[in-house]
Design a protein around this ligand. Structure first.
Ligand SMILES: Cc1cc2nc3c(=O)[nH]c(=O)nc-3n(C[C@H](O)[C@H](O)[C@H](O)COP(=O)(O)O)c2cc1C
Length: 327
């Protein structure tokens, strides 16, 4: 079974280490990705802040933003030193800031640069080096473009391609619009697998329910899910069983909640504000009675100094009282 069978997408501001810890309470086997970290931030900034993660998070990939081969190689070495399972290069981000740095989606126009970066990272470390990209940029609406991109990067030794199945429009759309407006062409990603059967091809973009995931798995090696996993995390509780044939770690929402509260207590004990972690879990009870009240309670800024386990007790007392009052 491919290690890339199922993954949660790298998402800036969202898939930080707290978020990944939370996701691990729901699924053990799904591959997790960090937010994109630029080579500049890693080489000149606070490495521990960007790279530290918990053992529970494996398998976990570090996503890099950058284009300079020597810098990418140095960052890949850091990834290996920190114990990451993969280094992924971002060739799909359309933001203006990223374009000024000449990396992200605009790298799709420079496959030779990407190939050099991949080669440099492969020479530096033994970890799998993977690339996440789009199917095209701007108005290039030709399958041959993405096929040639993949072919050229594969020659540099990349064996795993994660393909967000829409173009990035580099001018005129915000990053958010660039995840919604350019049309999805999932068939092109299936075609990549047919054209490069020896490569690992992972499909991404707009995939939501489990039956859809299963449908794609008949055509490609893996599925990467972003927003749906983040907003409806409980869905992941069924993934280990359905897609890996193993029981998952989440016995119930209650059990996940209590393990998560214990983690939040630890965050607070470590001197960090727990609400920055809690925000990733606010969808846990979605679709259940009382979900909105629970979400409001846990995002109420008046609670931010309190101990999470105390708050949990308080919430359950209130819920019990409300329940007996309505009987
Ligand atoms: C808030 C947010 C931040 C994102 N940040 C990144 C990022 O850092 N690196 C990246 O490759 N893609 C990033 N993406 C794109 C996702 O990885 C994914 O390709 C995209 O959301 C499409 O998948 P989905 O429809 O399953 O969400 C981001 C998406 C969102 C919603």
């Amino acid at each position: 079974m491919s290690p890339w069978r199922l993954s949660v997408a790298p998402m800036l501001d969202w898939t930080d280490r707290h978020c990944r810890h939370f996701h691990r309470l729901l699924t053990r086997r799904t591959r997790l990705y960090t937010e994109m970290v630029t080579t500049g931030a890693l080489l000149h900034g606070d490495q521990s802040r960007h790279l530290d993660f918990g053992e529970i998070e494996h398998p976990v990939a570090l996503q890099l933003g950058g284009s300079e081969p020597a810098d990418l190689a140095a960052c890949a070495r850091l990834a290996a030193k920190w114990g990451y399972d993969e280094v992924n290069l971002n060739c799909g981000c359309p933001s203006e800031r990223v374009q000024r740095g000449a990396f992200g989606a605009c790298l799709m126009a420079e496959p030779a640069t990407v190939a050099d970066g991949v080669r440099a990272m492969r020479d530096a470390v033994d970890l799998p080096i993977t690339v996440k990209h789009r199917i095209g940029i701007d108005r290039i609406e030709s399958y041959d473009f993405v096929r040639d991109f993949v072919g050229q990067i594969a020659e540099a030794g990349c064996e795993v391609f994660i393909v967000h199945a829409r173009n990035a429009w580099l001018k005129g759309l915000s990053p958010k619009e660039n995840r919604e407006i350019p049309p999805l062409r999932h068939e092109w990603v299936w075609q990549l697998k047919r054209d490069f059967p020896a490569l690992t091809i992972v499909i991404n973009g707009g995939i939501r329910d489990d039956d859809e995931i299963a449908r794609h798995l008949a055509h490609v090696d893996g599925v990467m899910v972003g927003r749906q996993a983040y907003h409806e995390p409980w869905q992941m509780a069924g993934w280990d069983a359905r897609f890996f044939g193993e029981p998952g770690p989440a016995a119930s929402r209650e059990a996940v909640e209590s393990a998560w509260i214990e983690y939040l207590d630890g965050v607070q004990t470590g001197g960090r504000p727990w609400p920055t972690a809690m925000r990733h879990a606010l969808g846990l009870w979605n679709g259940q009675r009382g979900a909105r009240v629970w979400r409001q309670f846990w995002s109420d800024h008046r609670h931010r100094e309190a101990r999470p386990s105390e708050l949990a007790r308080r919430f359950h007392d209130l819920a019990r009282q409300a329940g007996s009052a309505s009987n």
